[in-house]
Design a protein around this ligand. Structure first.
Ligand SMILES: NC(=O)c1ccc[n+]([C@@H]2O[C@H](COP(=O)([O-])OP(=O)(O)OC[C@H]3O[C@@H](n4cnc5c(N)ncnc54)[C@H](O)[C@@H]3O)[C@@H](O)[C@H]2O)c1
Length: 290
């Protein structure tokens, strides 16, 4: 597959990442299908896309007609077969569970010709393992976008054990078409960014648990002391505590290294449903703010 052949992109999952990736592909001029399991999730995906774009309209950075055109290029659906039909690239952004991802790829493969490239947006799971569950391990690659996908410049392009050099070249060129910067990464738990970033967030939960400082002061210390734009808890609440815990569990399981053990406090918050902004409460409470 050559990047010039891409006319339609199918995105599986309309959550935080799926909707963002669908928007980025549409803004680059591609026809997009965005698939989720229920219509209410598809609708929520469109809301995620429209909301921030309308803010740009209010600021005079975009016209309402441009927003309509971005949305119009995205076909929302709950039907896998119609989503993948005619697509040259399928990008998966369903929850971070290996068994679910394999099931989603098996479903997609039933309706996809062999030349179609499969890309997973996984934060930390094995591309090799997912690829091996399909009949196209050489045309399977990791394309790890960052949250929010329309804003963040980086995509980690991950080479699984059997990913061909052609597929890597294709994925990198596609990132350029989207206006993104690609970094090629060999498969390793957490790749580069999450291997460094998520253990730092995890350690912030340990500091909080030990009573070393308040959440506000830990965030303040990291922002003012290292110039991070968000503190570790602000970032955890933004990206989702469940996603952070999933990543830590993968790092710990894959390496067996105690330095990657999930913080008990992070685990407890996830068990309590305190997943961050998306549930109204994480480390901080968002229910009172407008
Ligand atoms: N949140 C982040 O900051 C971030 C950043 C980079 C990568 N990721 C990765 O992206 C993936 C998605 O994360 P997210 O934050 O968007 O999660 P999310 O929970 O916001 O969205 C996942 C969506 O997938 C849908 N879904 C579930 N089963 C499905 C199926 N069979 N077919 C289609 N859709 C299905 C869910 O209904 C939900 O809408 C994960 O692998 C995650 O690790 C997340």
């Amino acid at each position: 597959m050559q990047v010039e052949d891409v006319k339609k992109v199918c995105v599986l999952g309309a959550g935080a990442m799926g909707a963002g990736i669908a928007q980025v592909c549409s803004q680059a001029g591609y026809a997009v299908a965005m698939r989720d399991i229920e219509q209410k999730f598809v609708d929520a995906g469109f809301k995620r896309i429209r909301g921030p774009l309308m803010k740009r309209v209010e600021k005079g950075k975009m016209t309402a007609a441009e927003v309509d055109a971005v949305v119009a290029r995205i076909q929302g659906t709950t039907d896998v077969a119609s989503a993948v039909k005619g697509a040259q690239l399928v990008i998966e952004a369903v929850p971070e569970k290996m068994e679910l991802k394999k099931q989603v790829w098996a479903e997609a493969e039933r309706s996809c010709p062999p030349e179609v490239v499969f890309a997973s947006n996984t934060s930390s799971l094995s591309i090799t393992e997912m690829a091996a569950s399909t009949k196209r391990p050489d045309r399977f690659v990791g394309m790890h976008f960052f949250n929010p996908a329309p804003v963040m410049k980086l995509v980690e392009v991950i080479r699984g054990s059997e990913t061909s050099s052609d597929t890597i070249a294709f994925a990198k060129s596609f990132c350029l078409k989207l206006g993104k910067e690609a970094v090629e990464v060999r498969e390793a738990p957490g790749f580069v960014v999450n291997r460094l970033l998520v253990p730092m967030m995890n350690e912030a939960f340990n500091l909080l648990l030990e009573g070393v400082a308040t959440a506000e002061d830990i965030d303040k210390a990291m922002k003012l002391g290292t110039n991070m734009p968000m503190g570790p808890f602000e970032l955890a609440d933004f990206t989702g505590l469940d996603i952070g815990l999933d990543t830590m569990e993968t790092l710990f399981r894959e390496t067996g290294d105690g330095k990657f053990r999930p913080s008990p406090l992070l685990r407890q918050y996830v068990r309590a449903g305190r997943l961050g902004r998306k549930t109204g409460k994480g480390v901080y409470d968002y229910t009172a703010s407008p």
